[in-house]
Design a protein around this ligand. Structure first.
Ligand SMILES: [Zn+2]
Ligand SMILES: [Zn+2]
Length: 221
């Protein structure tokens, strides 16, 4: 009974860990893509232009995405926090970026006003760098960042929980360290005997069910 529980917990933990890592990787890539994707779109002298998110608050989400990619193995819960940051940035910072650019456009138009008034006096066409439309359009970047951040958050939490379940005591919840995990016979916290794993009689390395030889020392099992 206890051995079934240990094995189930380990298997579920391993599944969560692997699935969480894959999710996090995809989420981090989504966040990075969203950070360099257009956040603000406008046209300058008729040429369509796009400003990437990293010019605005997208720099934060880009950093969060990089953290998500780099520390996943060591600190899955840090990855979850990075996902939360990206989600927040993606959901809240799209509009301010568009507003900031719109303000710049407006102020440039104001400064061109006297020049254009002069041009009109001598019957020349006015300078309209941004065409008829005086405001900037939002781009798809923030939505990608928010979606990627949500996936990154989910993956980080799953990987972190999985990692804990995979190597913690099912009875007292003590987390067994990576170094001790392969040779542990009893839980150092509560004395529970580890019965789920086959162990090498030579080096006590824990073997998988299908192993015919010890993966650590080669002894036949
Ligand atoms: Zn224990
Ligand atoms: Zn061995």
């Amino acid at each position: 009974m206890a051995s079934r529980r240990q094995a189930d917990r380990r298997r579920l933990g391993a599944g969560l860990w692997h699935g969480g890592r894959m999710l996090s990787g995809a989420g981090a890539l989504g966040v990075l893509a969203g950070s360099v994707a257009p956040w603000v779109q406008l046209s300058l002298f008729g040429i369509p232009l796009a400003a990437p998110g990293v010019l605005f608050a997208g720099a934060w989400s880009a950093a969060a995405g990089l953290i998500g990619l780099s520390v996943l193995r060591r600190a899955p819960f840090v990855v979850a926090v990075a996902g939360l940051v990206a989600l927040g940035v993606g959901m809240s910072q799209g509009k301010p970026a568009v507003q900031a650019v719109s303000r710049q456009i407006l102020s440039l138009r104001m400064r061109l006003m006297p020049v254009n008034a002069r041009l009109e006096q001598v019957r020349l066409s006015p300078i309209e760098p941004f065409g008829e439309v005086s405001h900037a359009e939002p781009g798809p970047g923030p939505a990608w960042v928010a979606l990627g951040g949500a996936v990154l958050l989910l993956g980080g939490v799953a990987a972190g929980l999985g990692e804990r379940w995979r190597r913690s005591c099912p009875q007292c919840r003590l987390v067994w360290s990576d170094e001790r995990l392969p040779t542990l016979l009893h839980c150092p916290g509560c004395g529970l005997r580890r019965t789920s794993a086959r162990q090498c009689q030579n080096c006590w390395h824990v073997a998988e069910k299908s192993d015919k030889h010890c993966a650590h020392c080669g002894e036949a099992l």
